[in-house]
Ligand binder design. Structure first.
Ligand SMILES: NC(=O)c1ccc[n+]([C@@H]2O[C@H](COP(=O)([O-])OP(=O)(O)OC[C@H]3O[C@@H](n4cnc5c(N)ncnc54)[C@H](OP(=O)(O)O)[C@@H]3O)[C@@H](O)[C@H]2O)c1
Length: 216
């Protein structure tokens, strides 16, 4: 069975993805910032040393699907006069630099697998075309992630790797809140469905969990 590695698997969408892939018989590598169960691997994605340690532990292990899911919303009420720049830098480290660092560290594992897929959990809020204002930190860090994903998709194309950005929907997690439109299991199932249908032509694209393309 294929292997999937999911970052931020402690709760929310990441945990649901891990549970669903496991139910389907996949080998699931759950990475968590603060592991609570023996099957969870420690990985604070913003810590370069931990990323390196995970890459060393997994050296030689093919990873069919790498899901860079861990993310934070950052300061929600940023506006002229109260922007928290320290928090903005931290949000960039987690939402933008970390997924690319993890992808860089595990690129050989993905390239050595059968499916060769990298999913970057982004957000429609990172779409410049659909920017409805506010959320400076979250929008900019996800837009930058999208840009980096496209560069990576071009660099890894010759090795058969398929990279996509994924908007999981507005989901009822700690981040999405209780009034969000989509239930966690439905988002995870949708993402898995999109991943299952990916082909070379999808490399470098931006989709939501229903498979609809999102404008940059
Ligand atoms: N929910 C939505 O409506 C929505 C919409 C669009 C995009 N997204 C994206 O979907 C992804 C998952 O979000 P969610 O809704 O499931 O959020 P969530 O319930 O708040 O969960 C966030 C997950 O990310 C992990 N995480 C945060 N910082 C980390 C770090 N430095 N290292 C490792 N793990 C870290 C958290 O771990 P801890 O438990 O250790 O904090 C947690 O597992 C995020 O990338 C988010 O931006 C969500």
């Amino acid at each position: 069975m294929p292997t999937v590695l999911i970052t931020g698997a402690s709760r929310g969408i990441g945990r649901a993805l891990a549970d669903q892939y496991e139910s389907d018989g996949w080998t699931v590598i759950r990475t968590c910032r603060s592991p609570e169960r023996t099957e969870e691997m420690a990985l604070d994605v913003s810590d370069p040393r931990q990323v390196q340690e995970v890459a060393e532990k997994l050296s030689g292990t093919p990873i069919d699907v790498l899901i860079n899911n861990a993310g934070v919303i950052g300061q929600r009420d940023a506006a002229i006069g109260n922007i928290d720049y320290d928090q903005w830098e931290e949000t960039f480290r987690i939402n933008t630099l970390a997924p690319i660092r993890v992808a860089e560290a595990l690129a050989e594992n993905v390239a050595a697998s059968e499916k060769k897929v990298m999913v970057f959990v982004s957000s429609v809020m990172g779409s410049i075309a659909r920017n409805g204002g506010g959320h400076y930190l979250y929008r900019s860090t996800k837009a930058a992630l999208n840009a980096a994903m496209v560069s990576l998709s071009m660099e890894l194309e010759s090795r058969g790797v398929i990279c996509i950005s994924m908007h999981p929907g507005w989901v009822r997690t700690d981040m999405g809140g209780p009034t969000a439109a989509v239930a966690v299991p439905d988002s995870a199932a949708g993402i898995r469905n999109v991943v299952a249908g990916l082909g070379r032509q999808d490399n470098g694209c931006f989709y939501d969990y229903t498979g609809a393309e999102i404008p940059w």
